[in-house]
Structures are given as C-alpha cells and as structure tokens.
Ligand binder design. Structure first.
Ligand code: COA
Ligand code: AMP
Length: 636
C-alpha cells in the first residue's frame, strides 16, 4: 500500500518540474519563473530560472502582511549573559532588519556585494543575514570558533565589501574577544574590506579602528529602513564555506529561489511543523543547520524560531534543553547527537527532565553525524517523543534522507536516517558507476539533477565544483559518504570517503590540520586521523615524524603543534593530541595507510596490509597510541 511519502517521492523523481513547480506556488514571487528546471547548461542545473522574488520578504514582510505581525518570530535565549530572553515579533524583526538593511546601503553595500558575518549567537547575526537578503547582498557567515587564518582565507575568497562582527562571544563563562581575531584576519588577508560594523556587547568592549569600524548601535540610530529588492531566483543568497579535502575550504553557494521553495516545504513535510509552531535548532548560525533551521526555514513557514546562546551542558546544567523547551513551548528540537551524549553523560537517568513541563515537545530530530543506537534509545526512552535521525550536508541545505513525519512516519531503525527524502534520487554505486546490490556498501551518490536548495556550484570555482562532486560518478553528485540500503529502502550512512572527520557534529578536514603540522620546523612528515570518541564522535590525533637530528623534548613539540592548530584553524578543531613516531605506515608506493591507522586507534581488528612497506611502524604506532589512552586489538 502506498502512502503520502511514497507518492511524493515517486512524483519528485518522475516529474520533478511538476512536483517542485506546484510546491513553488506556496511562496511569494514578484515574477513567476520561466522554467522550473533549467537543464540547458549541464551538468549545471538551475531551478526557477527567470523568476524574481525576495527571500527576506518571504521570511518576514509576508507574515506581517498576512496576519502574523504580532506573533513571535525569534526568541533569543541566552543563559551565558545572565539568562537574557528577548522576543522579536514578525513586525519587530522586519523593522529591525529593514533598518539594518538601511545601514548596509548607507555603507555602500548593494545587490551582489558580499558581506562576511563573524558573530556569536546573538539576534543581530540573524538580523544581519536577513538584511543582506533584503537588499540582495550575499552573506557569508563564518563560525566564531574559527581563528584568524581561516577567516582570512574566507575574506580572500569572498572579497566582502563589509564585515559585520561583535566585540565578543561567550563560551560558557569564557569571554572570547573577536576584535583581535578580526584584526588578525584583515592583516593576513590580501583583500581588505571597505569597513566593519561592530556590535558592542557589555561583556567586552572592542576598540574600534578609526575610518574602518562603525558601531552597530550608532549606525542604527540614524538608519533609514529600506524595502526588499527583487532578485532572480538564481541569484546567490549566501556562500557558506565548508571543509574540503585540503586546507582550502569550499564556498558552497545557495540560490534564493530553490532554497526558499525547498526549505519552506521541508518544515511541514520533513519536520511535521505547522505555521505558528515553535521550532528550535540548537546549533550555531555559523553552520548550515543554523542557516537553514535557525534563520530561514522556520521564518519562511511562519514559525517561531529559538536562537539559543548556550550549551547543552554547563549553562548551567544538563537540564538546559528541557528548560528552553518548557519556557518557550518548543514543539520540535533539532540538534546533533553529540549534544545528547553530553546530556546523557551528566544526567544518565534524565532526572533534570522532571523539573520541566515538556508537554509541547513533539519530535527530536538529530543530524550532523550518525546517531548511535545507545543515544537514540536513551533519548526515546527518557523523552518519550519520536527521535528522528536525518542525513544531510552543507552542500544540500536540507535533508537527503529522513523519516519525513509530515508525509508518513515510518518505524525507526536504529543507525538509519530512514529513506531518501523526496527530490533525492539516491544511488549507491561501485567504482564502475553501477548500483551495488541491496545491503552492499558503496559510494552514496545522488542522480542529477539535485533538488532545489542544493548547491548550484562553488563560489567562483565551477571547475572545482565539477571536479569535487560530479566527475567521479558521471551523471551523479558524490556525497563523499559511504553506506548501504537495506531491503526496506532504509539508508545507512557509514563513513566519509575523504579525509573529513566529524568532531562534535562539526565537519573538519584532517588534511587542513596536516598542512598546519607540516609547517612546524621540526616536523618532517605527519598524518592526522579521527579516532572514535564517546562524547564528540571523533577526535583528531596527530602523528609526527621528526626531522633527523631534532633533539628537542617531544612533549614540547606536541604542545607547539597543538597550539598551532588552535591558532591557525581555531579551538573548534579540538586538536589536543599528537604523538611522535619514527615512521608512518605506508604502502610501498608511499601512500599513508590511514585506514589501518584508524583501525588501530579505534581498537578494531584489522588485516596487515599486503602492500605495507615496513610492518614494524605499526607496532610503534600502537605503542604510542596506548601512551595517550588508545589501545589496539592486534590480529595474531
Ligand atoms: N567561538 C569560540 N570558540 C568556540 C566556539 C565559538 N563559537 N564554539 C566552540 N568553541 C570552542 C569551545 O569553547 C572549545 O574550546 P576549548 O578547547 O577551549 O574547550 C572548542 O571550541 C571545542 O568546542 P566543542 O567541540 O563545541 O566542544 P565543547 O567541549 O565546548 O562542547 C558539546 C561539547 C558536545 C557540548 C558541544 O560541541 C555541542 O553542544 N555540540 C552541539 C553540536 C552542534 O551544535 N553541531 C552543529 C551542527 S548540528
Ligand atoms: P556538514 O556539511 O557539516 O553538515 O557535514 C556533513 C557530513 O556529516 C555528511 O557528509 C556526513 O558525513 C555527516 N552526517 C550528517 N548527518 C548525518 C547522519 N544523520 N548520519 C551520518 N552522518 C551524517
């Protein structure tokens, strides 16, 4: 028997133009599209070509005009600033955004100009994003946990006219000043922005640079509200940088039209949410989850969105999530499994839950990394609402696979994000570009065209887009995840096929960390792998081979490389462990045997690779790992 999911999925694959064309009627257009799906420049596909609209209008003005003016649009909840709570109705948020858009215009920003937003989790971050959308400027939000060097790389790639920042972020109780990081980045970057707008927070005032920096509040005082400008559906809304296989991040481009259509649709159909519901994505505006499900999709759908400046534990305790759900009557929470592992570790019996009224809570959605069955069962049992794993990427902007509860709720199978979402023709392929058998592991790919909201290209890098995603499996997008499909059509996401590791739901490149380690004057050769960690899923561990003749104390070298990664990539890399070894395990042709290294570190059985050059290095590596708390189960 078919259900609404089966029907939607079938139609989305057989008739994507009909399917998305109908859905697109649900958003407000200034000018209707000429073509739903434009495939005249394959392998580049574009959605809703010729259409004109405004993303900010659909997020805010539309709801003010259509009866939601006094409904809460955004609730800022910040335990780290003495439990501040600030609510913006749709009307208030529209007015703030329109005024800040006026500030942008007054500072020379126009349609198509890029604006970098380097901010903590404050409502002004969302206001800045929406203000860019209002005037057709392209925002690029950089996560606050990245250091100057990473910010500089993004400045040089995006070439922003303006940078918007705040004086500080707050990590539990640690105040992190942003201005030294921003100044460092601007010094390092070749491209210099025309100016910066700085939100002064009371926890730390920033010293402004004359003729470059403008105070947010002062600029807002004299600002004139500006209206939404029409943009093409295919114009870029934002660039979001994500880790690639080198230290050079990929600038994922999101368009206006496809993004709006797919994200609004996902609220009801993937998350089972109605306009007026309260939706909380406990993530950060610096990640794609924050873009899609803190700022854009809930507002497109007329929901109240929560912007939470705090952690799952420590602000002040493991009951923080329950407190927010109860205070704001949250219906749906979306976060990363690592957050629940942190809560479970501190409050294994879920005792803190009992202090709060969770009657509004309907669904918990998890993504960013695999949901391990332990965490899934714990959450299901303690909270008593369906716990739904779903799989997606920065590149896609929304779920590739999910239990689409708004269409049909399938039974949950632990370890699986359920089935491909409508629009995603997921295929599991072998090296010959052929589908593998049911149950066999292969490369998770998506047959082109990708549905609306997925990346049309990489910023200023069409060739890299094709090379990275479209070349290896002709006619398909390569997700860089490996996995399989079972006999019921459920997908299982097993591992990345590149050097990306997943640390506390954050996507990081080990190649990028190796580039930093290799710059240490005493390091001849190095490798970084992700080892399994009970809390964060994975943690990076570095292996260093020193140059001949180096006599310096190894612990000193290790602390230096740890500091270098923190300084050059940022604290978010969570790179705290490295060992010195005499050699790296390699094949005779010189390829580092990372898979074997990882198995040793994770205490998994492994086979001695037939092509290994010097098996003795494996014993040495094993010993070094045991020295820092990891051990191996060597095969006999
Ligand atoms: N600005 C500056 N520093 C930041 C930062 C920011 N925005 N975000 C994180 N950091 C720092 C942290 O303070 C920490 O520093 P430390 O090494 O000095 O302790 C480091 O970066 C690593 O951060 P994180 O991996 O987040 O670890 P944590 O120990 O602070 O918290 C969790 C662990 C599990 C509670 C936390 O990772 C979490 O809530 N994760 C939710 C996952 C999430 O939001 N994923 C996004 C995709 S859904
Ligand atoms: P990001 O681009 O930061 O969202 O990271 C995307 C990557 O995170 C994916 O390619 C996967 O490797 C991993 N990921 C995200 N969600 C899931 C999930 N539900 N299950 C397994 N892996 C996931």
């Amino acid at each position: 028997m078919t259900n609404a999911y089966d029907e939607a999925y079938r139609r989305s694959i057989e008739d994507p133009e009909g399917f998305w064309g109908e859905i697109a009627e649900d958003v407000r257009w200034i000018k209707k599209w000429d073509k739903v799906l434009d495939d005249t420049n394959k392998p580049f596909y574009r959605w809703f070509t010729g259409g004109e609209l405004n993303t900010c209008y659909n997020a805010l003005d539309r709801h003010v005009e259509e009866g939601r003016a006094d409904q809460a649009a955004l609730i800022y909840d910040s335990p780290v600033t003495g439990n501040t709570v600030k609510t913006f109705t749709f009307r208030e948020l529209r007015d703030e955004v329109a005024k800040f858009a006026g500030v942008l215009v007054a500072n020379g920003v126009g349609k198509g100009d890029r604006v970098i937003i380097y901010m903590p989790m404050v409502p002004e971050a969302a206001i800045a994003m929406l203000a860019c959308a209002r005037i057709g400027a392209v925002h690029s939000v950089v996560f606050g946990g990245f250091a100057s060097n990473e910010l500089a790389v993004r400045i040089d790639d995006a070439k922003p006219k303006l940078i918007i920042t705040a004086s500080c972020g707050i990590e539990v109780s640690r105040v992190i000043e942003y201005m030294p990081l921003l100044n460092g980045a601007i010094d390092l970057a070749k491209h210099k922005p025309d100016g910066c707008i700085v939100l002064q927070r009371p926890e730390a005032k920033a010293e402004l640079t004359e003729r470059r920096d403008v105070d947010w509040s002062e600029a807002m005082e004299g600002a004139e509200a500006v209206d939404c400008v029409p943009v093409l559906a295919t114009d870029p809304l934002y660039i979001l940088y994500t880790s690639g296989t080198t230290g050079e991040p990929k600038g994922v481009v999101r368009d206006n039209g496809g993004h709006l259509v797919a994200l609004k649709w996902s609220m009801k159909n993937v998350y089972g949410v109605e306009p007026g519901d309260v939706y909380w994505a406990a993530s950060d505006v610096g990640w794609v989850v924050g873009h899609s499900y803190i700022v854009y999709a809930p507002l497109f759908h007329g929901c109240t969105s929560i912007l939470y400046e705090g952690k799952p534990v420590g602000t002040p305790d493991a009951g923080a999530f329950w407190r927010v759900i109860s205070d704001h009557k949250v219906n749906v929470l979306f976060t990363a499994p690592t957050a629940f592992r942190a809560i479970k570790r501190e409050d294994p019996d879920g005792l803190l839950m009992k202090d709060y009224d969770l009657s509004s809570f309907r669904y918990l959605f998890l993504a960013g990394e695999r949901t391990d069955p332990d965490t899934l069962h714990w959450a299901e049992e303690k909270i008593g609402v369906p716990v739904i794993d779903h799989w997606w990427q920065t590149e896609t902007g929304w779920a590739i696979a999910a239990n689409c509860v708004g269409l049909h709720q399938f039974p949950v199978k632990p370890g699986s994000p359920t089935k491909a979402a409508p629009g995603w023709n997921v295929r599991i392929l072998n090296a010959e570009n052929e589908p593998v058998k049911t149950g066999d592991i292969g490369a998770l790919c998506v047959k082109l065209p990708l549905p609306p909201s997925s990346l049309p290209t990489l910023w200023n890098a069409d060739d890299r887009f094709v090379e990275s995603y479209l070349k290896e499996f002709p006619g398909h997008y390569k997700t860089e995840d490996a996995g399989y499909r079972d006999e019921d059509g459920y997908l299982y996401i097993m591992a990345r096929t590149d050097d990306i590791i997943n640390v506390a739901g954050h996507r990081l490149s080990t190649g990028g960390m190796e580039e930093v380690l290799a710059n240490h004057p005493d390091v001849a050769e190095c490798a970084v792998i992700g080892v399994a960690d009970d809390l964060k899923g994975q943690l990076p561990v570095g292996f260093l081979v020193l140059k001949a003749g180096v006599t310096k104390d190894h612990t000193e070298i290790v602390s230096e490389v740890v500091a270098m990664v923190r300084e050059q990539i940022g604290p978010v890399a969570a790179f705290k462990q490295a060992v010195v070894v005499n050699g790296l395990p390699k094949t005779r042709s010189g390829k580092i045997l990372r898979g074997t290294m990882q198995k040793i570190a994770d205490n998994e059985e492994y086979k001695m690779p037939a092509t290994i050059d010097d098996p003795a290095v494996l014993d040495e590596m094993d010993e070094a790992l045991q020295g820092i708390g990891y051990a191996s189960a060597r095969e006999g």
